[in-house]
Write a protein that binds this ligand. Structure first.
Ligand SMILES: [Zn+2]
Length: 406
């Protein structure tokens, strides 16, 4: 590879940019195990092979491309290539492209790592197809059992085991694959999904912790009826229960300094001139501590039940997934943040879930590097990072790997 590292980075970035991009919104639709994401997977395999890395795939679609240097448990860095529906370009792919570019930096510098270095891609990080975020890393570490996960269905009713079988994966009963004897340390570089680094005037940051978060399904049933002839006082309208719940959730989250979002809603029969029979809505909630999250969800649920009582509707709330708080190994975060060439990188918390959080919770020492996002906007076509900051990220990652592998 003759070109310079910035050229490599930009070439890789330009190559993947059109994959899964919507002409209409400019956002990305990279659903796990579907065409655009599979093209990215093939691109990753090609990049790894061009660098002479040894590919280690698993039965769930995850991959680690190994630079077989030194000995002992590997030092792994990477992220994900899937996106939320109509997501941004940087969330996930920035960490994968930066990991490959960081390997290039180390080789250009003639670094001889004392331990193997792996570049990883975990599938279905966003949970946008099968509803469970970080599904690939949960399966790989055994945080979720295959027996439970195989029956998960996407919106078209396709089961996870069917989607994997179509790719020739997960035949039989695959076993969790990753542990601390395999991965000694995991570093995930990610675009920041907030404005902490902008406020601090820093291009690079290190994660301290991940807020606990969960997804909750609100199923509300009422009485279907005619939109014209039914008097307002005679209705049992689940849409009203939902609407008031969304408002009270937002208010409750604001006054307590937490987060609550209804981003997905389905209504039956979805007819303009009918009072709906049922509304199903999904709430994403995040709290500073496990207790704060539990309190927030309990309060929102209680207020929703009270409203359902007034509307004459029936409500059930189901927690689809809840992830506890993750505190990254403080020694590792401080070492990464302080012990390097440029000024200290700030250590900041995040409200977003990541594969690094799953690996950390499963006993694999993990850390995250964030690259400044000028607007903080993420999970949106407007998500952005300046090229200079992305390149600073590549060098920060290379420096971190060099130190941890020497
Ligand atoms: Zn991400």
């Amino acid at each position: 590879m003759g070109a310079s590292v910035p050229d490599h980075f930009e070439h890789m970035w330009r190559t993947i940019q059109p994959l899964g991009r919507s002409d209409r919104s400019g956002g990305y639709f990279r659903q796990p195990f579907a065409s655009a994401e599979r093209e990215l997977d093939a691109w990753f395999v090609e990049q790894a092979s061009a660098r002479g890395l040894r590919m280690e795939p698993d039965a769930f679609g995850n991959r680690i491309a190994w630079w077989d240097a030194g000995s002992g448990p590997g030092l792994v860095t990477g992220s994900h290539l899937d996106s939320v529906l109509d997501g941004g370009a940087y969330d996930g792919p920035l960490g994968v492209v930066s990991a490959l570019a960081a390997v290039d930096v180390l080789r250009e510098r003639g670094v001889r790592p004392s331990r193997p270095i792996g570049v990883s891609v975990f599938v279905e990080e966003e949970g946008s197809r099968f509803g469970l975020a970080c599904l690939g890393s949960r399966l790989a570490t055994g945080a979720v059992a295959w027996e439970m996960a195989r029956g998960l269905r996407d919106r078209d009713g396709v089961r996870l085991d069917e989607a994997l079988a179509e790719l020739g994966l997960a035949a039989g009963d695959p076993h969790p694959w990753l542990g601390s004897q395999h991965i000694g340390c995991f570093i995930e570089l990610h675009v920041e999904q907030g404005r902490d680094l902008v406020d601090r005037g820093a291009a690079i940051g290190v994660a301290s912790r991940i807020w606990p978060h969960g997804r909750y399904r609100f199923e509300i049933s009422g009485s279907p009826n005619h939109a014209g002839t039914t008097r307002m006082e005679d209705r049992h309208d689940p849409m009203l229960t939902y609407a008031m719940t969304a408002l009270s959730a937002s208010k409750q989250a604001r006054v307590t300094g937490q987060r609550a979002t209804f981003g997905r809603v389905e209504t039956q029969p979805n007819s303009t001139n009918s009072v709906p029979s049922a509304v199903t809505a999904w709430m994403d909630a995040r709290g500073e501590t496990d207790e704060a999250l539990a309190d927030l969800v309990a309060t929102i649920t209680r207020q929703a039940q009270e409203r359902a009582g007034r509307d004459g509707t029936k409500l059930t709330v189901t927690a689809e997934s809840v992830s506890g708080a993750v505190d990254f190994a403080p020694g590792l975060a401080h070492r990464i943040a302080a012990d390097h060439e440029s000024a200290a990188w700030p250590i900041v918390p995040t409200q977003a879930g990541h594969d690094a959080g799953i690996l950390s919770a499963q006993g694999i020492p993990s850390a995250m590097l964030f690259v400044r996002n000028p607007t903080g906007v993420s999970h949106s076509p407007a998500e952005h990072a300046e090229t200079a900051d992305c390149l600073a990220g590549v060098h920060a990652l290379a420096e971190t790997l060099e130190r941890l592998a020497s």
